[in-house]
Design a protein around this ligand. Structure first.
Ligand code: SF4
Ligand code: SF4
Length: 204
């Protein structure tokens, strides 16, 4: 079985946030819930300054603390490594949000699904998309599991105009992901948390 993962090439990312928008449209997340975000920083001293971009999403950790602490079993890891939440089992205790060191859990507050992104009622698209969420429960990035199950790549990957995101199987020894990580010294966020993330970054 595969262990699905992603490599994000920071040398290619231009901070356009197309991934953020693509994710929002694909998953129809409620207002304030962003599965795919881009952290922007300004570095240097004027006039020698530049902006850096760090796209973040759920790392689909192999040793996922969110799954380990979940008392109901709602958070579970699929055989292909995708970390999921079953909204019908989640009791909304938010233990996973505390356990995730990357702040990638999103709680659907009571009343949040009553209005859409524009704040003025719910659009026809949102009316359909919102059926996958439940107020009072947790949600998160699924690596677009509904697309993956159809042989498609996550929306953020296919939308990225610079092809900074590469999706694939981390278990394939000679696969593209493992080769990029090996050849360009790929790294993960917060290795000290020992969560074994499936999202790697390249900056060399
Ligand atoms: S990044 Fe957070 S939410 Fe995602 S699998 Fe890891 S611990 Fe869980
Ligand atoms: S909020 Fe839901 S998914 Fe998170 S730990 Fe509690 S029961 Fe599990």
């Amino acid at each position: 079985m595969a262990r699905l993962g992603m490599v994000i090439d920071l040398k290619r990312c231009i901070g356009c946030n197309a991934c953020t928008v693509a994710c929002k449209q694909e998953n129809g997340t409620p207002a304030g819930v962003h599965f795919a975000r881009v952290i922007t920083r300004e570095v240097g001293t004027y006039p020698q300054t530049r902006r850096t971009f760090l796209p973040v999403l759920c790392n689909h950790c192999d040793d996922a603390p969110c799954a380990q602490v979940c008392p109901s079993g709602a958070t579970h890891i699929r055989a292909d490594g995708i970390v999921m939440v079953d909204k019908d089992v989640c009791i909304g205790c938010r233990a996973c949000a505390v356990a995730c060191p990357y702040m990638n859990r999103h709680y659907i507050e009571r009343g949040l699904l009553a209005h859409g992104y524009s704040g003025d009622g719910v659009s026809p698209l949102e009316a359909v998309k919102f059926t996958q969420f439940e107020e009072g429960t947790m949600t998160k990035c699924t690596f677009c599991a509904h697309r993956v199950d159809q042989g498609l790549e996550p929306a953020c990957v296919v939308t990225c105009p610079t092809e900074a995101r590469i999706f694939g199987d981390l278990d394939q020894k000679d696969g593209r992901l493992r080769r990029l990580i090996r050849e360009r010294n790929g790294w993960t966020l917060l290795p000290e948390a020992e969560t074994k993330p499936s999202v790697y970054y390249l900056d060399e």
